[in-house]
Write a protein that binds this ligand. Structure first.
Ligand SMILES: NC(=O)c1ccc[n+]([C@@H]2O[C@H](COP(=O)([O-])OP(=O)(O)OC[C@H]3O[C@@H](n4cnc5c(N)ncnc54)[C@H](OP(=O)(O)O)[C@@H]3O)[C@@H](O)[C@H]2O)c1
Length: 344
């Protein structure tokens, strides 16, 4: 079965990663590419200013970019992968779901809405069935599914592994790459030879999204995890890969060795884009590092290390590729989950 896919915001940093991942994908065929009015009408090659290390795929290079409206989307599209700015997604995504499309989105709008599944398949695949509640409440034939913010995805699976010991409190400090802000995001004069201790809205996203993701779905609603999560976010001059320092307090005592074993044995899935091993734990105290470790398993693995005991639990460092595992790869995984769960 081939699922016809469209990409919303296909010219941006995440949109280009979506093109890179979906063009050779065994289950999806790209049939539509959208962007802003400034790009619409141009070929994808002309509009996208391709900046990825692999060549622009031949199958999409000469496709015409369209506007991002329900009327511009071809009828034969089954799923839309969205990498729109949240201000645009807020308006356009619900309209597309109402028009019958299934939307797998990166944008932050509606991530914590009661009837919107926020999923990382290896961690909370069961939440996908919140789609039934969403369709009942909104009367949609389509559906809206979200993946979390890139810095939340980086820390989520290690936290879920530690929840076996009863996660009570989490503190996270992030060191985030510039690609996380999109191509036009951070001026070079601001970030070279510098670090910026503020990313607007990012702390709140980690604090809220992680608790929803770690919550329990009872068939009607998500009961958010009651751990206290606090974050502090920094932009640093790496290109890709968010590194995070984490302090996790648990109800039961846990040694660094037990924590490492819980992470190493945390199961992955057999979806086409899932890594074989979800969490790699280094014994070397100076790993993971963005440049060395962000591309492990096609950029879909989480790496961790630096485990040590603290008064309330453990401290560790973790890393993920922000535009692959943290964005485009996360949306594609959700698309694969939608197929497996029968929604596509
Ligand atoms: N970068 C990351 O690591 C990351 C991680 C997780 C989530 N996200 C989220 O993913 C989304 C995309 O991020 P990005 O980094 O790819 O941003 P980006 O590089 O700025 O790309 C934005 C895309 O949206 C399109 N767009 C802008 N305004 C539009 C409008 N009014 N109507 C239709 N299309 C419009 C742009 O088209 P034009 O080229 O025509 O302007 C471009 O294709 C954001 O919501 C972001 O928060 C990003």
């Amino acid at each position: 079965m081939t699922v016809h896919a469209g990409i919303l915001g296909a010219t941006g940093a995440v949109g280009q990663r979506l093109v890179q991942l979906l063009a050779p994908h065994p289950d999806f065929e790209i049939v539509a590419l959208t962007a802003s009015g400034a790009s619409a009408g141009n070929s994808y090659r002309g509009a996208a200013k391709w900046r990825i290390e692999t060549p622009i795929p031949d199958s999409v290079a000469e496709m015409t970019v369209t506007e991002t409206t329900p009327a511009a989307i071809p009828d034969d599209v089954d799923v839309l992968f969205s990498s729109l700015p949240s201000s645009v997604g807020r308006e356009v995504e619900p309209a597309l779901c109402e028009a019958g499309y299934v939307v797998s989105s990166n944008a932050s709008n509606d991530r914590t809405a009661d009837d919107v599944p926020l999923t990382v398949p290896e961690v909370n695949a069961a939440h996908i069935d919140l789609i039934e509640v969403q369709r009942d409440e909104r009367g949609w034939d389509g559906a809206l599914v979200k993946n979390p913010n890139c810095s939340t995805i980086t820390v989520l699976a290690p936290l879920s592994a530690l929840d076996a010991f009863g996660l009570e409190r989490v503190n996270v400090a992030t060191l985030q790459a510039v690609s996380g802000a999109g191509y036009a995001g951070v001026a070079s004069m601001e970030i070279i030879d510098n670090a910026i201790p503020h990313i607007a809205g990012e702390e709140e996203k980690i604090e809220r999204e992680s608790r929803k993701l770690l919550g329990e779905f009872d068939g009607a609603e998500i009961d958010w995890h009651d751990a206290r999560v606090e974050a502090s976010c920094n932009r640093i001059p790496t290109l890709d890969g968010h590194l995070e320092n984490v302090w996790a307090d648990t109800a039961e005592s846990v040694t660094p060795e037990e924590a490492a074993e819980a992470m190493r044995s945390y199961p992955s899935m057999e979806l086409p884009s899932s890594p074989e091993q979800l969490i790699y734990v280094f014994d070397e105290p100076d790993r993971p590092q963005p440049r060395l470790d962000r591309t492990r398993e096609n950029g879909m693995a989480i790496t961790a290390g630096g485990l040590r005991e603290t008064a309330g639990g453990v401290q560790f460092n973790c890393l993920a590729h922000n535009t692959l595992r943290g964005a485009a790869g996360a949306s594609v995984l959700n698309g694969e989950l939608l197929i497996e769960a029968g929604y596509l």
